[in-house]
Design a protein around this ligand. Structure first.
Ligand SMILES: Nc1ncnc2c1ncn2[C@@H]1O[C@H](COP(=O)(O)OP(=O)(O)OP(=O)(O)O)[C@@H](O)[C@H]1O
Length: 460
């Protein structure tokens, strides 16, 4: 993958001390290192004509200090709502209805208000919102907006801030000085996207939330940006959350992966494990929907059906059952349990049944029938009635696995055919990924170290 900095450097590229000490910005970051984040029982509802409906339901997710966690899922699965919750930035008609987000050094951010919340955002939690390329103020230069940001967070050394911003922009392939002198309309969408990433990183926050950081970018620029994000993540000792539709992005960058569906986390674990040996039928479906770099592009099989909307998420039982080949009777009525196997957690009745059977087989020594390697393998021991399947309330926290755990993710992804994918999975097989087929034109093996992308770092 990327050439990685093994040791954290003592100073940021712009000469500002790394976080954890009092920086040139003059504010003590007050942290010893990257923070851990624990999302516990988080539910978020939006008020609609039909009442308050859940967009995120009972999500448990831990971001381990110093790791990059990717969150993937189809449109509407609740990824952005989850990201906003980490900043306590869910706006009406939405509200966090239960649960919390505990961030080391900050406490439960969902309880923060006023100045404490303003200071946390930007300074402790850097973020790039979706469509960041449209969020700049059209009336001010980027540099002026940078200074406003610095002043609003009490940064003392604004020169160092500007130097750091220039450096970050330079590393992302732009003329930093020129960009800082530019207004939004003088920059392309991709340039604005990179400005958004710079603004998320420049305050030296230790927790960074990036919502679709590379959607507006061409493939080559995307590779560059992912490399920069990874480098800065390591140099500055960050804990990073990346929200994306693109399995290729998480394969490239994330140590750990959470898969969302219908407001639940249905599978989570080390990226290599989740992509290399997906257990939840939804994760398997997403991976199967990706066109391969080699072989018949028609092998990609779109998931049948569509993801639920706020109004169609089932109130009881498994939210994925309508699209699932492993559906069982219990999926109609009960939330699937979170099943931990190794470092991964899966919420699925069928997987739980299968695991229980395997365990029983291990105890009694009796063989276990029919490995559940995928929906195509059919029911497990007749316990699956073939009419539906499982997803559950996202439970399962504290999954272990250090920052190296995901380094082989790209290789694992490659093994599973996950070269790249935009997860707008619909009945329309051709929609599995136009980007994917574009990438598929690149010769196999052109990726770096078996990376998820078919383009080389040297081009980035
Ligand atoms: N302001 C809002 N008012 C009402 N419903 C909303 C609002 N924002 C989001 N939703 C609904 O909440 C659900 C989750 O949306 P969210 O944007 O979090 O999903 P997502 O996975 O990030 O989707 P995308 O990838 O398209 O951004 C969706 O059904 C969406 O329609």
């Amino acid at each position: 993958m990327f050439a990685r900095t093994e040791k954290k450097v003592a100073a940021t590229p712009g000469g500002r001390p790394s976080p954890g000490a009092t920086g040139a910005t003059g504010v003590d970051a007050g942290r010893d290192g990257p923070p851990g984040v624990r999302v516990g029982g988080l539910s978020v509802v939006y008020r609609t004509g039909a009442g308050e409906l859940p967009a995120v339901s009972g999500v448990d997710l831990e971001l381990l200090p110093g790791t990059i966690t990717g969150v993937v899922g189809e449109s509407g699965s609740g990824k952005s709502t989850l990201a906003l919750s980490l900043l306590n930035a869910v706006q009406p008609p939405g509200r966090i209805s239960s649960g919390g987000v505990e961030i080391d050094g900050l406490g439960d951010v969902t309880a923060l208000r006023g100045d404490a919340l303003r200071s946390a955002r930007g300074r402790h939690i850097g973020y790039v919102f979706q469509a960041a390329q449209n969020s700049l103020n059209p009336l001010k230069t980027v540099g002026k907006q940078l200074l406003d940001l610095g002043r609003s967070h009490g940064i003392e050394d604004l020169r160092a801030l500007v130097a750091d911003a220039r450096d970050l922009l330079g590393r992302m392939g732009m003329d930093g000085a020129r960009v800082l002198d530019s207004h939004q309309h003088e920059l392309s969408g991709g340039m604005r996207q990179r400005v958004g990433i710079m603004l998320a990183l420049v305050l030296n926050a230790h927790l960074v939330v990036l919502d679709e950081p590379t959607t507006a970018l061409d493939m080559i620029t995307q590779a560059t940006i992912l490399r920069i994000i990874r480098e800065v993540h390591e140099e500055r000792g960050l804990t990073t959350l990346v929200i994306t539709h693109d399995l290729g992005v998480v394969a490239e960058i994330a140590d750990r992966l959470a898969v969302m569906y219908g407001g639940r986390v249905v599978e989570q674990g080390p990226t290599a494990e989740v992509l290399g040996a997906p257990r939840h039928p939804y994760t398997q479906g997403l991976i199967r929907a990706i066109p391969r770099l080699v072989g018949d592009i028609g092998e990609a099989r779109a998931l049948p059906g569509r993801p639920p909307t706020l109004g169609t998420v089932p109130a009881t039982g498994c939210v994925f059952r309508e699209r699932c080949e492993w559906r069982m009777d219990v999926c109609e009525t009960e939330e699937p349990p979170a099943v931990t196997r190794g470092a991964s957690v899966v919420a699925c009745h069928a997987v739980a049944a299968r695991d229980a059977e395997t365990d029983a087989g291990a105890v009694t020594g009796r063989p276990v029938n029919g490995a559940m390697t995928g929906p195509a393998n059919g029911p497990v021991n007749g316990s699956v009635n073939g009419t539906g399947a499982g997803v559950a309330e996202g439970t399962g926290t504290g999954v272990t696995g250090g920052r190296d755990a995901g380094r082989s993710a790209a290789r694992a992804a490659e093994g599973s055919g996950c070269r790249s994918a935009v997860l707008d999975v619909t009945d329309d097989t051709s929609s599995a990924s136009s980007m994917g087929s574009e990438r598929a034109a690149v010769p196999a093996g052109a990726g770096r170290n078996g990376g998820a992308y078919g383009y080389g770092e040297e081009k980035a």
